[in-house]
Design a protein around this ligand. Structure first.
Ligand code: FAD
Ligand code: NA7
Length: 593
């Protein structure tokens, strides 16, 4: 074989420089080379490094590199085929911002690398992660007031009008139950025990205020630009930010993430918007809602009805058809039965027709409704709370201007790995088509998307076996398949259901209902009884359910559950000893602990 010529070495160097966006010629022992490599590592920028001291024909390669760079020392850095220089040149380019411009040639054309529209669970997660990865990021968050004028601060639904106030009001309700239970445990609570709505409201709102403040501080610390304005697309890379005074500011970006969430829906009936409220108003009401009609049977409806009743209010739920559509119906009906025993009234199947204001009398509103049988019914209440589902906030943000596809029947955005049909526009959180509408899901999807965009990650958000909990008076935690979905998907012959009632030890002394709590595991027979559905109705459902989601994600079988040692005395230990199958028809009732 003829000796390799100088031209051959030169073309080898040329190939290294052209093939790699960032090319470093280095020597493994050289501290300046290490410094440069550390800089690119810290910026999460992928590079190719040729260690000349560890390469065959290193001296020849170094001579060819020197001919191209005009310097024989190492390191020598090339970006997008252009020679940047050695260690000092690279550091200086980093300090001046030139390095980032070279790395992202497009970004200099735009104000930002990334604009996130919506500063809720998903938007904040994506914007902070992207900024941590060295990107120039802005997040727009704007709350359109409710029909009765309620508004709130930074952080989106979860913090202001969702998970946080809901769980805290549920906690207020649990404390009321604990006060009742405490008598049998020897506590002497003298005098009238009453709940004060205004005190609860103020303390919860103060806590939310502190969370709003923390989010602002976090954005400042992470160097994310927070813009309190409503974002609307103008064209591919441009939006306008409209503030509450109507002032419009144009902004441009290389990438966009839409994370605008959802808002409660109102029925198209007279008086709904004028006199009704939704969960967006409930948590900040100055005064107790009083006698309340909750319309709808979503988890939001049942949770709100549950805590309002436990706080001592007269509560009725108007249900159009089933409880908790999308959830296991056996569990949903058990929740309903328990709530009815707790004193909540159910009107079903029934839909509202009209809400009108009363000028005088004991209550403030009159509601006309129609039972499925055709019977007209009329009731008087102080508050009518609509919890009939939520609309994706995608109809007024200019998606038509940029061609982002939206499902016209529900306003949801179909995505492939959180990317919309327009490649530089992404979407996360509640607006996604067919994905669970939960805070941790939005957070995870946002953070993983940022890492894929800006840190060469290829980790996708896994939307399977996501645990969730409904915080009704009897809490319900679940993971994976409902019983009906499992039967529909795999056929009855392939499904075994193990189940049991549960009597929480702490319920025995106050003599609470013996067989209200219940659990079941749904197992796939052909896969060694792999557990594909987990359902638990009882105290602390969120805490009980969370850990089991790991088991389901990892493919745990019924035998794995049986091999688990329980923690005694707990409710969760029941999952280590389930023996009764539904198909056996044997009783699961518990006589006591
Ligand atoms: P959001 O958090 O809704 O944030 C979107 C933000 O974007 C909002 O601040 C909105 O005002 C803003 N925005 C909209 N359009 C624009 C625009 N054009 N320009 C600028 N800003 C805009 N999830 C759980 O995991 N656990 C629970 O216990 C739970 N309880 C809930 C209870 C209730 C009553 C409700 C309503 C929801 C609950 N959720 C719960 C769901 C959870 O709140 C949502 O899944 C989560 O907030 C979704 O996050 P997101 O980022 O998609 O949207
Ligand atoms: P859901 O789950 O869609 O629930 C909406 C509820 O409101 C449901 O019970 C509906 O009854 C009821 N509804 C809807 N429209 C009306 C009218 N016009 N009148 C009376 N009742 C009505 O909504 P959410 O947004 O709360 O939940 C979204 C997701 O969160 C859901 O997918 C779960 O996974 C968790 P229906 O059953 O349709 O008869």
């Amino acid at each position: 074989m003829p000796p390799i010529s100088d031209e051959d070495w030169a073309s080898a160097i040329e190939e290294y420089v052209n093939k790699n966006k960032v090319m470093i010629f280095s020597k493994s022992f050289c501290p300046y080379c290490t410094k440069v490599k550390e800089l690119f590592n810290s910026l999460n920028v992928e590079y190719y490094c040729l260690e000349l001291d560890k390469t065959d024909n290193g001296p020849q390669m170094q001579r060819a590199m020197a001919a191209k760079a005009g310097k024989s020392s190492v390191p020598q850095v090339f970006i997008e085929g252009q020679h940047l220089g050695g260690c000092d040149d690279t550091m200086a380019a980093h300090s001046s911002g030139k390095l980032l411009e070279l790395l992202n040639p497009e970004s200099e054309k735009y104000d930002y690398d990334l604009i996130v529209i919506g500063g809720g669970s998903g938007g904040l997660s994506a914007s902070k992660e992207s900024a941590r990865l060295g990107k120039k990021v802005a997040v727009l968050d704007f709350v359109t007031p409710t029909p009765i004028g309620t508004t709130w601060g930074l952080g989106g639904t979860c913090v202001n009008v969702g998970c946080i106030p809901k769980k805290l009001m549920h906690q207020a309700a649990l404390l009321g139950q604990a006060i009742k239970d405490s008598k049998n445990y020897g506590w002497n609570i003298s005098g009238a025990v009453e709940h004060n709505w205004a005190v609860m409201r103020e303390n919860i709102q103060n806590h939310i205020g502190s969370l709003n403040w923390n989010y602002k501080v976090q954005l400042r610390t992470e160097q994310v630009k927070y813009v309190n304005a409503y974002g609307q697309f103008i064209d591919d890379h441009h939006i306008k930010a409209v503030d509450k005074k109507g002032k419009e500011t144009p902004m441009s970006s290389r990438h966009f993430i839409i994370a605008t969430g959802e808002r409660p829906r109102y029925p198209d009936i007279e008086g709904a918007k004028e006199y009704g409220i939704t969960s967006d108003d409930l948590f900040s009401l100055e005064n107790s809602p009083g006698k309340t009609l909750v319309i709808g049977a979503s988890y939001v409806a049942l949770e709100c009805a549950g805590f309002l009743s436990a706080l001592g209010l007269d509560v009725t739920i108007m249900v159009r058809s089933i409880l908790l559509r999308g959830f296991d119906q056996d569990m949903a009906e058990r929740i309903g039965e328990y709530m009815a025993k707790e004193g909540i009234k159910f009107i079903r199947p029934c839909v509202p027709q009209k809400v009108e204001k009363l000028e005088s009398g004991e209550h403030k509103l009159r509601v006309y409704a129609k039972m499925q049988s055709g019977e007209e019914i009329i009731g008087e209440y102080d508050t009518v709370l609509f919890a009939i589902g939520r609309n994706a906030c995608t109809d007024n943000i200019g998606l038509d201007k940029v061609g982002v596809k939206v499902n016209s029947s529900n306003g949801k955005v179909p995505v492939e790995n959180e990317q919309t049909n327009v490649p530089h526009i992404y979407a996360i959180g509640d607006i996604l088509e067919g994905k669970p509408e939960l805070t941790p899901v939005a957070i995870e999807a946002g953070s993983l998307l940022a890492k894929r965009l800006y840190a060469n990650s290829n980790v996708q958000c896994d939307y399977t076996f996501i645990p969730t909990t409904v915080f009704t008076p009897l809490e319900y935690g679940c993971i994976g398949f409902s019983e009906e979905k499992a039967l529909e998907t795999y056929g009855a012959e392939n499904i075994e259901v193990y189940h049991s009632n549960i009597m929480p030890l702490e319920w025995t002394v106050p003599k609470r209902e013996a067989n209200a709590c219940y659990c079941k595991l749904i197992c796939l027979i052909p896969e060694n009884e792999r557990v594909i559905g987990f359902h638990y109705l009882g105290p602390n459902a969120g805490e009980v359910t969370q850990g089991f989601s790991l088991g389901l994600k990892k493919g745990a079988t019924k035998a794995d559950f049986d091999a688990m040692i329980g923690i005694h005395p707990t409710c969760a230990e029941i999952f280590s000893t389930l023996t009764v199958t539904k198909s056996s028809g044997k009783s699961t009732l518990q006589a006591g602990c």
